[in-house]
Write a protein that binds this ligand. Structure first.
Ligand SMILES: Nc1ncnc2c1ncn2[C@@H]1O[C@H](COP(=O)(O)OP(=O)(O)OP(=O)(O)O)[C@@H](O)[C@H]1O
Length: 407
């Protein structure tokens, strides 16, 4: 990934260069340092096959009168750079998760983000409080956790923006790290995470920004994430389809008991998480067999995989999606329907409901069926062990979203 100044392309007039810029690829327009004229930044997608760089930042410079009307909306405030969420007195951090997704985060930082931040007047700096931003590049699976823990140790008296180049795992690491430090006091200035989706599924990013995507249905849908291991990770987004395909072939019916606490269950669910009510796996002989159970706060596990279509960005509602022993072919049908804007939730085999808390107790003997996926990490339960998912009311972080999401 690179930054290219394209005006000087041989034989091309400036007008041609400006006309050729795809409007959906424009990042922003900033005034030139000299104060006269503009720089237009756009992020151009290449093909990922044949080794071509997937994203390149292109910069076209023009004079004041040459900026087309339809690009003036991209102009960042003159005299107000950097923007408030990136400028002093805020402390700005960039965290580069090198192992996320197809391992492009470091290249993206070097070839794209550094230039974009530079364009709004921000340079990296080794020392806190000297302006600019500090960069943390992950060296292990502990780096993001340690980083977040460190921020907590430093206290919550400074406003911070953390630009996180990662998938969902990076966000989970951040929250877990924060959890290891002292809890934020009531008057805490909570950090703001600006998530740049460099992971594989990027469920949080895509779910938060779903209102901005035009409605498209994939013509070649693939099955959904049911499992995740390093062996599959090398395959990038395709790993979901591969893992799901493997599981579908086996058509395993999980021997579990699912208890839920719903709004108004009162003390029945209890803080100890004893279930208020059981959920039965439709189609299961004894009612406790499940092919699939998922608790989610987000609508999409991938950009086009709408597992919980009623979930809205930041609505804070926990939803349960489940189905019983329906067999491999029906499971595949359900998963395909999820790729059609979440149509699966209208199928009679599929349970879909709002819950406050879910507890899954696993009776399986074989450890391979006692694995649960928690925000992308695979956790193996003991026999008879359980996992409980609930919502926490306390705020931990803020997350930056496009203004269009809140409209
Ligand atoms: N250098 C590293 N060595 C070992 N682990 C790392 C390193 N850098 C990052 N990690 C870990 O790798 C994991 C990457 O997960 P992340 O969710 O960001 O990507 P992903 O799984 O590809 O995306 P998604 O969860 O959106 O599908 C994180 O938990 C992170 O802590």
């Amino acid at each position: 990934m690179t930054t290219q100044h394209v005006n000087s392309a041989a034989g091309e007039s400036l007008e041609d260069a400006i006309t050729k810029i795809k409007r959906e690829e424009v990042v922003f327009v900033v005034p030139k340092d000299s104060g006269s004229g503009y720089r237009i930044y756009s992020l151009v997608e290449g093909s990922t096959s044949d080794g071509e760089k997937p994203l390149n930042l292109e910069v076209v410079q023009c004079e004041q009168h040459q900026l087309p009307e339809d690009l003036s909306g991209f102009l960042l405030g003159q005299g107000r750079l950097p923007p408030a969420h990136l400028g002093p007195p805020r402390e700005v951090h960039v965290v580069v998760s090198t192992h996320s997704g197809l391992k492009l985060a470091e290249d993206f930082y070097q070839g794209v983000l550094r230039s974009l931040l530079g364009a709004v007047g921000l340079e990296s700096s080794e020392i806190k409080g000297q302006g600019g931003y500090q960069v943390t590049v992950t060296e292990s699976s502990d780096t993001i956790r340690d980083f977040a823990q460190g921020l907590g140790r430093d206290g919550y008296a400074t406003e911070r923006t953390v630009i996180l180049l990662s998938g969902d795992g990076g966000v989970t690491d951040f929250l877990n790290g924060q959890d290891r430090g002292p809890p934020p006091p009531d008057n805490a200035l909570l950090p703001t995470i600006a998530l740049l989706p460099l992971g594989t599924g990027n469920a949080l990013f895509h779910s938060l920004h779903k209102p901005l995507y035009t409605t498209t249905t994939t013509t070649n849908p693939t099955p959904s994430p049911l499992s995740d291991t390093p062996a599959y990770r090398v395959h990038g987004a395709k790993r979901f389809a591969m893992a799901a395909g493997e599981l579908l072939k086996l058509g395993h019916v999980y021997d579990v008991v699912v208890g839920v606490r719903r709004g108004g269950d009162g003390g029945g669910g209890g803080s100890e998480g004893e279930s208020g009510e059981g959920v039965e796996g439709e189609g299961g002989e004894g009612g406790n067999g499940f092919n699939y159970i998922l608790a989610t706060l987000v609508s999409n596990l991938e950009k086009t995989f709408a597992i919980s279509p009623k979930s809205r960005p930041l609505d804070g509602r926990l939803r349960l999606v489940h189905f019983g022993d329906v067999g491999g072919a029906k499971t595949m049908e359900i998963m395909m329907a999820a790729y059609r804007e979440g149509e699966h939730v209208g199928m009679p085999e599929v349970g879909y409901e709002d819950v406050d808390e879910v507890k899954v107790t696993v009776a399986e003997e074989d450890p391979r069926w006692r694995k649960v996926c928690v925000d992308g990490s695979i956790v193996e339960l003991e026999r008879g062990g359980w996992v409980r998912v609930g919502r926490e009311e306390r705020e931990r972080v803020k997350i930056l979203v496009d203004a269009g999401v809140a409209r």
